[in-house]
Design a protein around this ligand. Structure first.
Ligand code: HEC
Ligand code: HEC
Length: 302
């Protein structure tokens, strides 16, 4: 706070408290002239109502006096009077830092275990899994769902079925979380006539036993060489590129014919945000352990 604003605040406080304190001390001493009947002489409602004079109630005087005592004590002890720091030296920053320190001390044993344990073994630590679940619900559930079963509107994959776009080992899961991912399915609307797109979609549908037109699938198979660069000649996907397996019954965006056509026509690029910087290293490791544990339940629970 600049000296000017500090002085400004001090002046306001002195003025406000000074005036109210003066009124408080002065008012009971003022003599108010009264008529013989004990009223002030004010008359309302054609003489039906006359204004009497009553002393202030004791409770009101006591409460007001207490308010002044508490007010002055507060300004003396705590920050509030301009730039004056208060006799106790209290600051909200210190209080927050103390609360953090208490929390860190409480979590220290867990943090130490998390640092000493591999991502794959964290599933055996019940407390770590509970902490991981809380982090997941807070940060990941909006896209992947509370139960981690994914969301086909966003192309957010199911993280609990043991089928991976990029890989399901601890280090790869951690990399997905820390650095984020971006799906790179190109649009074929310009590169292929629409008929050919529908043919190749029929071929894709034939791979996992979805309803399809066998003749179109046969024609589509020939154009699949364009797709094989990423999805593999056997269409089983490529984890290095995040290209999904097209032969299983698991779909990022859904298995409806129209959805598949839309994917090939317009491309897809599901975005997994990067969490490095937003979550601590320990938190990301906890999450990786939690996600790994969803499809690799722990053998032993302590
Ligand atoms: C904004 C939505 C969104 C949020 C929030 C989000 N994700 Fe994702 N996540 C995605 C999408 C979309 C993908 C697929 C990316 C791709 O297509 O390559 C993905 C992919 C992943 C993968 C890779 C899965 C695989 O099969 O290889 C992991 C692991 C993952 N997310 C974990 C998390 C965790 C843990 C969190 C919370 C910290 C989180 N995600 C938050 C949307 C999200
Ligand atoms: C440059 C690499 C690349 C090429 C070429 C490519 N794909 Fe893809 N494809 C991807 C990636 C990466 C994804 C995942 C997109 C995402 O995560 O958002 C994907 C997703 C898909 C999906 C959605 C799968 C699901 O689970 O919902 C279909 C269907 C698909 N591709 C079909 C094809 C077909 C058919 C071709 C050829 C005409 C093709 N792809 C060519 C990389 C590629």
């Amino acid at each position: 706070m600049s000296p000017f604003w500090s002085a400004f605040v001090m002046a306001l406080i002195v003025l406000n408290l000074g005036i109210t304190l003066f009124l408080f001390l002065w008012a009971p001493r003022v003599h108010i002239p009264t008529l013989a009947d004990g009223t002030s002489g004010h008359v309302w409602a054609h003489g039906v109502l006359r204004e009497g004079i009553r002393p202030l109630p004791v409770w009101w005087l006591v409460l007001s006096a207490a308010m002044f005592v508490v007010g002055f004590a507060y300004l003396a002890l705590y920050p509030g009077f301009g730039a004056f720091k208060g006799l106790l030296g209290w600051t909200s920053h210190d209080q927050l830092a103390r609360a953090h320190a208490v929390n860190d001390a409480r979590l220290a044993p867990l943090t130490e275990r998390v640092r000493a344990t591999s991502i794959e073994s964290l599933a055996g630590d019940r407390q770590a899994m509970a902490a991981g679940e809380r982090l997941f619900v807070d940060n990941c559930a909006p896209c992947h769902g509370r139960d981690a079963r994914g969301n086909q509107r966003l192309g957010a994959p199911n993280l609990a079925n043991g089928i991976w776009l990029h890989g399901g080992d601890g280090a790869t899961i951690l990399a997905s979380i820390a650095d984020g991912r971006r799906g790179g399915m190109p649009s074929f609307a310009g590169a292929m006539p629409d008929d050919a797109i529908i043919d190749v979609v029929n071929y894709v549908e034939s791979l996992s036993g979805l309803p399809h037109d066998p003749l179109r699938a046969q024609i589509g198979k020939r154009s699949f060489s364009t797709c094989a660069a990423c999805h593999g000649a056997d269409a089983k996907g490529n984890k290095a590129l995040g290209a999904p397996d097209l032969t299983d019954a698991v779909w990022l965006y859904g298995r409806q014919h129209a959805t598949l056509v839309e994917t090939v026509r317009n491309g897809r690029s599901g975005v997994m945000p990067a969490w490095r910087g937003r979550l601590s290293d320990d938190e990301m490791k906890l999450l990786a352990g939690y996600v790994h544990g969803l499809s690799h339940p722990a053998v032993t629970q302590p």
